[in-house]
Ligand binder design. Structure first.
Ligand SMILES: Cc1cc2nc3c(=O)[nH]c(=O)nc-3n(C[C@H](O)[C@H](O)[C@H](O)COP(=O)(O)OP(=O)(O)OC[C@H]3O[C@@H](n4cnc5c(N)ncnc54)[C@H](O)[C@@H]3O)c2cc1C
Length: 334
């Protein structure tokens, strides 16, 4: 097995944080996982599973083994009313979505341009523009890092909710997702509930490629490109509150910005909360709140994870003091 030692992970995390890993290995097929499980370096070290590093904050030094998931492959099979796509966990998510759009496998078009690998998509149940991956997720296979066996989980067993799943709870640090099966529609059933999509398409003729292109163009305009300015997308989750509590919140803060969640709860815009405490564009050294999008924390040059955490805690404290709402981090602290 080819382990690298003292590997610099700066180019392997979108925050662009300099982080050194004691050991690093790239896994390109499933049989390598069995070999890895039997290796002394695996047995004697703390393990972290790495995708594209677009939703993590790494420490200066990781005293353990980083397993980079680079298993590739997509298999398509046709069923009565669906296409079944078995996707290996190292595939790039956006390229996978593009592949589905190019082939008229419908459903994932709203999830274009989300950075990361397919194996990470179920971890926080990625979502954007009115859709979460759970709507098309069928099942996944994972390698149990504790007993060295492969298991399958159904959608129900994954316990998906907003930016959450079993992999962030009961199976945290225990499961390495090796492949995911998505079931996609043979006929379009577009979701254009999100304002930007509704405004562009309602009452007009459009197709999946139009949605895909619009989502890409809006995202390119709105979000900082990690290649130019280190970031991990939304740093915090939008807090969910019960509608009964929301009535109390709206009285003192009449301009509270929120989205519908379900019949009992709403999602408050965390970006709005951060802006309301005057922290849009705020900076502590090289760690900053984006000037264009206050939910995104950025690394201007040489921020360390400590700097980013200090800034995040400052935001959490200020929002809590004003609104009594505790922001939760979406990014995984390693
Ligand atoms: C500019 C930008 C925009 C973004 N926009 C969105 C968005 O719109 N919606 C959204 O939901 N997210 C968004 N994100 C967050 C990110 O893209 C997703 O969370 C993505 O799924 C992370 O994938 P990754 O491969 O980079 O995972 P990593 O960051 O490498 O890992 C994230 C977590 O998943 C675990 N993990 C990764 N792969 C596996 C695996 N195979 N098995 C087990 N565990 C694994 C890691 O251990 C870690 O805990 C954005 C990020 C950026 C930088």
């Amino acid at each position: 097995m080819k382990f690298e030692e003292n590997k610099n992970l700066k180019s392997l995390n979108t925050f662009g944080i300099k982080s050194i890993a004691k050991y690093f290995i790239s896994i390109k097929n499933k049989s390598e996982l069995i070999d890895l499980y039997n290796n002394e370096i695996f047995k004697n070290n703390k393990i972290f599973v790495l995708g594209s590093g677009s939703n993590i904050l790494l420490p200066d030094y990781f005293d353990g083994l980083i397993i980079s998931i680079d298993i590739l492959g997509i298999e398509v099979s046709e069923e009565n009313d669906k296409y079944s796509l078995k996707v290996q966990s190292g595939e790039n998510w956006h390229k996978f979505v593009e592949f589905t759009v190019d082939n008229n496998y419908y459903g994932l078009e709203n999830l274009a341009l989300i950075p990361g690998k397919v194996g990470a998509a179920p971890i926080q149940n990625i979502g954007a523009y009115g859709i979460e991956q759970k709507s098309f997720f069928h099942s996944c296979e994972y390698f149990n890092l504790e007993d060295g066996n492969f298991y399958t989980l159904t959608k129900e067993e994954c316990d998906f909710s907003y930016r959450n799943s079993i992999f962030k709870n009961k199976l945290k640090n225990k499961a390495l997702i090796s492949e995911v099966i998505y079931k996609l529609n043979k006929h379009p059933d577009y979701n254009i509930t999100y304002n930007e999509l509704k405004n562009a398409f309602e009452g007009k003729k459009f197709d999946a490629k139009d949605i895909f292109d619009l989502v890409c163009s809006v995202r390119n305009k709105k979000l900082p490109d990690p290649k130019l300015l280190g970031n991990s997308g939304s740093f915090f989750k939008n807090p969910i509150v019960k509608i009964s509590e929301e009535k109390d919140l709206k009285k003192p803060f009449s301009e509270l910005k929120y989205f519908e969640n379900d019949e009992n709860s709403i999602k408050i815009s965390a970006a709005w909360l951060i802006e309301s405490v005057g922290l849009k564009g705020y900076r502590i050294g090289d760690a900053g709140v984006s000037e264009n999008h206050s939910l995104i924390l950025v690394n201007y040059a040489n921020a360390s994870s400590k700097n980013i955490i200090e800034l995040a805690n400052y935001i959490i404290d200020n929002v809590f003091k004003k609104f009594g709402i505790k922001l939760e981090m979406e990014v995984n602290l390693i």
